[in-house]
Design a protein around this ligand. Structure first.
Ligand code: ATP
Ligand code: MG
Length: 698
C-alpha cells in the first residue's frame, strides 16, 4: 500500500503497531499527521477493520475534513466512512442518542454564544447583580474553566467574587439551561464523561461503537478531553495519539501538556514511537526552531534531522513601524512570487488579530489576493462597522444604512418598527443621512426620530472639534454617545479585543490622514477592504494568527511583530514563567510552518491602543547569532527626528478653543503630520493634529 518513499522505518513501525495504546511523540513536520492517516489506511485495508468503526478526533472541523480528504486520497472511498470530527462534534453525536439518561430530550439544542450571554445577563439581573460587580463575561469564563477541568456545578470549587458566590450562580445557570433544554459547548464534553461514568450500560454501548480511536495534536487536550478518551478507550485500549510537547499552545484554554508526557504512566505498556526525520523544512529553518525552543525547561528532547538540505538562513528585518513592516513584507512576498512560489503557498503569521490591518491595507493596495483565516477581516467586524458609521455621520459622508445601523446602538428605545419608520422618513426627506440628522438636532424630528435628538445634537456639537483630533473625532464621539460603555456592558469575552480594534482603527485613521487622505477617500478604501474578503481564495496569501497556523505548512512563512509585548505577549509577560514558555512554543510553531523560506520582522515603533510604543525585539530572538538568524542591515531609514516648533514643547501650558486649558505631554512627527498629546483639565488627555489644533500658549 505504501512504499519506502512514502514512509520511513519509524513511521512504518507506528503505522503497523498492533492493538494497544500507541504514542507518537515527535517534532514538527516529522510526519505525525501523515502517520495517522496511513495507520487508519492500514487498519482498514490490511487488518480488515470497518471504516465506520474507526474514530479520529481533531481540534478543528477543518483539520477533520483535511484528514478525511487525505485518507480518501490514500485508500479511496472507504476513507469516507471513517468517523472524523472534533471532540465537540463527536460528543454531540453520542448525546443525540443517549441524552435521555441525563434527563434531556434527544432533540436538545446547543446554545449559541449570543443566547448564552443573554441568559447569563438575565440571571444576574434577576439577582440585582450589576455588571460593575460581576461582569457576565467573567462568570462565563469561570464556568467554562471549571468545565474544561471536568468539574460540573456540584463539583466546582467554592469561589467568591465581590461577595458573590459564583458556584451558586453556576448551579442556577445549569438549571436554567436544563429548563430551556439546552447545553452549552463545554457541556457536550462534560455530559459525555458523565454518561460514561454514571451509566455503565450506556458506557459499554458507546465504547462498543469503535475499535480504534486516533487523536492528532494530543498535546493540546484539556482534562475533560483526557477523561473522555480514558473512558472511551479503557476496554479495548486501542488509542493512538500523536503530538509534540513543544507545540502545546492552548494552556490558556485549560490544555495540559502533561497528558502527553504522562501517557506511558496512564496507559501501561503503550508503544512509544519517535519520528526524527523532518520532511518539511530546510535544515537552517530547523536550526532556528531548535535554538528558540532550547531555552524552555522540562522538554522531551527531540533531535530533528532533515532530508532536505541546508537552505537559506532565516532573515530578520527591523522596520520603522507597522506600515513599513507591511510594505516590506509585501515586497518579499512579491519576490517569492517572481521565483515561482504561488500566493497560496505563502503565509503571514502574527500573534494578535489586530495586527492584520496594515497587511490587509497594503495587499489590497497592491492588488495581491489574500484571505484572513479564522478571523473576520478587520473592516467586517461589528465594532468597526459601527465606529465607521458614527464617524461617517460626523463627517457628513454617511449613507442611510449607516445611520440605521447605529440608530439603536447603544439602545435608544428604537425597535424594529421605529427603524422602519426612520428609514421611510430618510427616504422621503431627500436629504443625506447627516443632513436629515441635522434637522433632528434642531428639534424637527418626529415619532421615533425624536429619540435620536440627543445623538444628533451631540454630533453637531462635536463637528467643531473633530478636525483637530488626531483620529478626527472618532474616539470622542464613541465615548460621549455611550457606545464604548454599551460595548463593555454587553459582557462579552471579546469586549477587550473589540476595544483594541477600535483603537487600531483610530490609529489607522491617524496614519492615513498623516498621508493626506480625505475622509471620503478613507471610507472608500474601507469599503474596498471589506469587499476584499470575497476574492477568489484558491490563490491567495493567508493571513492568520500563530494559533491558527498549527498543523499547516507553507513554502514561505513570515512572522510579523516579533517583539516583546507582542511575542511574548504582554499578558504572558505579566503572568510569569509558564506564560512565557507557552509564548516561546508559539514562536516555535510559527517557525516550523515554513518549508523553504522564513522571515521574521519587528518594528521600532508601533501604534498600539492609541499610543505610539517603541518595542524592543523579542527576547526569544534578540541574542541569537547570525549563523541561525541573519539580521538584515536595515534598508529603510528611521524617520527623521521631528523638528518641533520651539513654542510647542512638552510641559508648556496651552489653551484649545473647545477643550480648554491643558499641558503638553509629548509630540511626534513633523510638518503637517505633527501630533501633540495634551492633558486638558476638563476634557482629559487628547492627541491632536498640530496643524488643526489651534493651540494657544498661555
Ligand atoms: P506538525 O507537527 O506541524 O503537525 P506533522 O508531524 O504532523 O507536523 P506532517 O504534516 O504529517 O507532519 O508532515 C510534514 C510534511 O512532510 C508533509 O508535507 C508530509 O507530506 C511530508 N512527509 C511526512 N513523512 C514523509 C515521508 N516519509 N516521505 C516524504 N514526505 C513525508
Ligand atoms: Mg500534524
Amino acid at each position: 500500500m505504501y512504499s519506502a518513499s512514502e514512509l520511513n522505518a519509524a513511521q512504518i513501525q507506528a503505522v503497523e503497531a498492533g492493538d494497544s495504546p500507541q504514542l507518537i511523540l515527535a517534532g514538527a513536520g516529522s510526519g505525525k499527521t501523515r502517520t495517522i492517516v496511513h495507520r487508519i489506511g492500514h487498519l482498514i485495508s490490511k487488518r480488515g477493520f470497518a471504516p465506520h468503526r474507526i474514530l479520529t478526533v481533531t481540534f478543528t472541523n477543518k483539520a477533520a475534513a483535511e484528514l478525511k480528504s487525505r485518507l480518501t486520497g490514500l485508500i479511496g472511498d472507504d476513507g469516507g466512512g471513517v468517523v472524523s470530527g472534533t471532540f465537540h462534534a463527536i460528543s454531540l453525536r453520542f448525546l443525540r442518542r443517549y441524552a435521555g439518561h441525563l434527563d434531556f430530550p434527544r432533540s436538545f439544542q446547543v446554545i449559541d454564544a449570543d443566547d448564552q450571554k443573554a441568559l447569563v445577563k438575565r440571571l444576574l439581573k434577576s439577582r440585582n447583580i450589576d455588571s460593575e460587580k460581576l461582569h457576565p463575561g467573567y462568570l462565563i469564563s469561570w464556568i467554562e474553566h471549571c468545565k474544561h477541568e471536568g468539574l460540573g456545578a456540584d463539583e466546582a470549587p467554592a469561589q467568591i467574587w465581590n461577595n458573590i458566590d459564583l458556584r451558586e450562580l453556576y448551579v442556577a445557570y445549569q438549571d436554567e439551561l436544563r429548563r430551556l433544554e439546552r447545553m452549552d459547548f463545554s457541556d457536550l464534553l462534560l455530559n459525555v464523561v458523565r454518561l460514561m461514568r454514571d451509566f455503565p450500560d450506556v458506557a459499554s454501548l458507546i465504547r462498543s461503537q469503535f475499535d480504534h480511536v486516533l487523536v492528532d495534536e494530543y498535546q493540546d487536550t484539556n482534562p475533560v478531553q483526557h477523561q473522555w478518551l480514558l473512558l472511551l478507550c479503557q476496554e479495548h485500549r486501542n488509542l493512538t495519539v500523536v503530538g509534540d510537547d513543544d507545540q502545546a499552545i492552548y494552556g490558556w484554554r485549560g490544555a495540559d501538556v502533561r497528558h502527553i508526557l504522562d501517557f506511558e504512566r496512564v496507559w501501561p505498556n503503550a508503544g512509544i514511537h519517535r519520528l526524527e526525520e523532518n520532511y518539511r523544512s530546510f535544515e537552517n529553518i530547523l536550526k532556528l526552531a531548535n535554538a528558540v525552543i532550547q531555552a524552555n525547561p522540562h522538554r522531551h528532547e527531540k533531535a530533528l534531522r532533515t532530508t532536505r538540505g541546508d537552505g537559506k538562513v532565516p532573515d530578520w528585518i527591523v522596520c520603522n513601524d507597522e506600515y513599513d513592516e507591511a510594505r516590506r513584507i509585501v515586497g518579499v512576498l512579491k519576490q517569492r512570487r517572481a521565483h515561482g512560489v504561488g500566493w497560496q503557498d505563502m503565509a503571514v503569521l502574527y500573534r494578535s488579530n489586530r495586527q492584520s490591518l496594515p497587511f490587509e491595507a497594503v495587499l489590497r493596495e497592491q492588488d495581491i489576493p489574500y484571505q484572513v483565516i479564522g478571523g473576520v477581516g478587520f473592516f467586517s467586524r461589528m465594532e468597526i462597522k459601527d465606529a465607521l458609521a458614527y464617524w461617517a455621520l460626523l463627517h457628513r459622508c454617511a449613507d442611510s444604512l449607516q445611520l440605521l445601523r447605529i440608530c439603536n446602538t447603544p439602545k435608544r428605545g428604537i425597535g424594529a418598527k421605529g427603524q422602519e419608520a426612520i428609514s421611510r422618513m430618510l427616504a422621503d426627506s431627500d436629504l443625506s443621512a447627516a443632513g436629515w440628522l441635522d434637522q433632528v438636532a434642531e428639534g424637527r424630528g418626529e415619532g421615533p426620530a425624536k429619540k435620536l435628538e440627543p445623538l444628533a445634537q451631540l454630533i453637531s456639537e462635536q463637528r467643531s472639534t473633530a478636525m483637530s483630533c488626531a483620529d478626527l473625532g472618532l474616539g470622542d464621539l464613541l465615548e460621549s454617545c455611550g457606545y464604548v460603555e454599551a460595548l463593555q456592558a454587553r459582557g462579552e469575552i471579546e469586549a477587550v479585543s473589540r476595544m483594541e480594534n477600535i483603537r487600531t482603527l483610530q490609529d489607522f485613521i491617524e496614519t492615513s490622514m498623516g498621508e493626506g487622505l480625505q475622509v471620503a477617500d478613507f471610507m472608500d478604501q474601507a469599503a474596498l477592504l471589506q469587499s476584499g474578503e470575497e476574492q477568489d481564495v484558491d490563490e491567495a496569501v493567508s493571513l492568520m494568527s500563530l494559533h491558527r497556523a498549527k498543523g499547516l505548512e507553507f513554502d514561505t512563512v513570515i512572522i510579523a511583530g516579533v517583539e516583546d509585548g507582542l511575542l511574548p505577549h504582554q499578558r504572558s509577560l505579566d503572568e510569569g514563567e509558564t506564560g512565557l514558555h507557552e509564548e516561546r512554543r508559539l514562536l516555535y510553531v510559527g517557525i516550523t510552518r515554513a518549508r523553504d523560506y522564513l522571515l521574521l520582522t519587528s518594528a521600532r515603533m508601533r501604534r498600539a491602543f492609541g499610543d505610539m510604543v517603541y518595542p524592543i525585539p523579542s527576547r526569544f530572538i534578540s541574542r541569537l547569532g547570525d549563523d541561525v538568524l541573519r539580521r538584515e542591515a536595515s534598508v529603510s531609514q528611521p524617520q527623521q527626528e521631528a523638528s518641533y516648533s520651539t513654542q510647542v514643547q512638552s510641559g508648556r501650558r496651552v489653551r484649545h478653543p473647545s477643550f480648554g486649558e491643558g499641558v503638553i505631554l509629548s509630540m511626534e512627527g513633523a510638518g503637517d503630520a505633527a501630533r501633540v498629546t495634551v492633558r486638558f483639565q476638563q476634557a482629559g488627555t487628547k492627541r491632536l493634529m498640530l496643524k488643526y489644533a489651534a493651540l494657544e500658549e498661555i
